[in-house]
Ligand binder design. Structure first.
Ligand SMILES: [Zn+2]
Ligand SMILES: [Zn+2]
Length: 266
């Protein structure tokens, strides 16, 4: 299993990152992608540091749509340079969040476009965050020719229609713990419509823990519950769903994802 989106460099995990990774290894997780995307360099740096420190961890770096208002040329130059590191396997998370509106739509769009351009320049895939902004997200992805590098719509919880359009652009869908909830939105229909070779799984730790851990702090080890539900909904054995989503992650993010997590506490 690969957790393709986890904010494990954030503070507040019991025992810190080493303990989180030890628990992940025990649950059968073989690689974790650590996201570092805030409104400063520190978040990106801490994700990259985690990837450099721990075999089996890679990084995604950028500026979150929430923090688009903090963008400036100096910060962007620093983040762009950091993203050249081989440990950084994708650019983001970027996109739109019209639920919280922490930054204005104009700020979010400008920063989103910068991320797509950077991803194309570095030939790395994109990690897209989108909430209440499906048409706007597709418009920017098309206008900036994001299909050239592709990527993932992370924490997918959108409509079936959006899923089909994102798949059409060559994007992958990463399924979060929401799929295990009693009301998973359109995720059942989305899974039915998504080819197996475009599916990924993630926790989005520390948020959105799957059932039966809902309400707890989410961790990469809980990706097992999400993958179990995905397998059930696709009518596959756990082993087959695991093999497929792992192979998809390696194909999208690169050979670095073959490096296996080791328990840092032993
Ligand atoms: Zn996100
Ligand atoms: Zn995230």
């Amino acid at each position: 299993m690969i957790d393709t989106h986890a904010h494990i460099a954030m503070e507040g995990y019991e025992g810190g990152t080493p303990a989180v990774l030890a628990r992940a290894v025990a649950a059968g997780v073989r690689h974790v992608i650590c996201v570092g995307a805030g409104g400063d360099l520190a978040e990106a740096e801490s994700a990259l540091a985690a990837a450099r420190q721990h075999p089996g961890v890679s990084a995604i770096c950028g500026i979150h749509p929430h923090d688009a208002e903090d963008w400036d040329e100096t910060l962007w130059l620093q983040i762009s340079q950091l993203c050249q590191a081989p440990e950084v396997v994708a650019i983001g998370e970027t996109g739109f969040d019209f639920h919280y509106h922490h930054s204005t739509p104009v700020e979010q769009e400008a920063v989103f476009r910068e991320h797509v351009r950077l991803a194309r320049a570095l030939h790395k895939p994109l990690c897209i965050h989108t909430r209440n902004a499906e048409p706007e997200t597709l418009r920017v992805l098309r206008e900036e020719n994001a299909a050239e590098v592709g990527g993932v719509i992370h924490c997918f919880s959108g409509t079936r229609r959006f899923a089909l359009e994102a798949l059409d652009l060559g994007f992958h869908l990463s399924i979060p713990g929401i799929v295990t909830f009693r009301k998973p939105g359109e995720l059942v229909e989305v899974l039915a419509a998504t080819p197996l070779d475009r599916l990924l799984v993630e926790t989005d730790s520390p948020f959105l823990a799957p059932m039966p851990h809902r309400g707890e702090r989410n961790e990469p080890r809980f990706v097992r519950e999400t993958l179990t539900k995905v397998a059930e909904l696709k009518g596959l054995s756990f082993e087959l769903a695991q093999a497929a989503t792992t192979a998809n992650a390696i194909r999208l993010f690169g050979e670095r994802l073959r490096v296996e997590l080791v328990d840092p506490l032993t």
